[in-house]
Design a protein around this ligand. Structure first.
Ligand code: GRF
Length: 203
């Protein structure tokens, strides 16, 4: 049985597209079971529809508490029998109900070499700080923002001429390569956590 992925988005969905493409051309042996967006106008929803993937919109607004929003996400993910949750530009913090429902089975992609530059506008932070090397991180999700165990990282050079936009574009190319690879690594199993170190099976 193929493992079933649920992808959570808030916007553009280019990393969702990278996962769709990787499944389509066999680099990622998985089923994209559902795409959930917290915004009904997210362009990524059209990418899911075009690929024939079920979509659900769960607005983050109007819930008595953040936990209630989280529980609704869990409900949908369980309805679609999701094994691994992939955050792809999902602009909400994941809370305890999600972590409890999917232990070590929620993964995120972040456009910096964590632990440098967590949070929003990581690429702008990198340019402003003046680092010479930036990059991308895929990590398991914990309640701490961008703070979970690191599954994979790639570096990207920062040029003297870079703006936040030009660096973002260069990092994005690497994001689209790394995310399907890292998800495949997770799905292959055999990995373990040693404290916060992710030790892959192929060591
Ligand atoms: C990406 O840069 C991702 O690393 C970050 O948010 C952005 C989402 O872009 N978490 P997209 O929606 O996948 O195009």
């Amino acid at each position: 049985m193929k493992k079933r992925l649920g992808v959570l988005i808030s916007g553009r969905g280019s990393n969702l597209q990278a996962l769709i493409d990787a499944v389509a051309d066999g680099r990622l042996d998985a089923t994209l079971a559902v795409v959930i967006s917290n915004r009904e106008d997210a362009p990524g929803l059209d990418r899911a529809l075009a690929a024939g993937i079920a979509t659900v919109v769960v607005s983050h607004k109007g819930w008595p508490s953040r936990q209630d929003f989280d529980r609704e996400l869990v409900r949908h993910l369980q309805t679609y029998r999701v094994d691994l949750v992939c955050l792809a530009g999902f602009m909400r913090l994941v809370g305890q109900p999600m972590i409890d429902a999917f232990p070590h089975a929620i993964v995120n992609i972040h456009p910096s070499l964590l632990p440098a530059f967590p949070g929003v506008d990581a690429q702008g932070q990198a340019v402003a700080y003046g680092v010479k090397v930036a990059g991308v991180t895929v990590h398991l999700v914990t309640p701490e923002l961008d703070g979970g165990p690191i599954v994979a990282q790639r570096t990207v050079p920062v040029l003297d001429t870079d703006t936040a936009e030009s660096l973002s574009a260069r990092i994005l190319v690497e994001e689209h390569r790394l995310y399907p690879e890292a998800v495949a690594l997770l799905l292959a199993g055999g990995w373990q956590l040693d404290g916060r170190r992710f030790i892959s099976a192929s060591r």
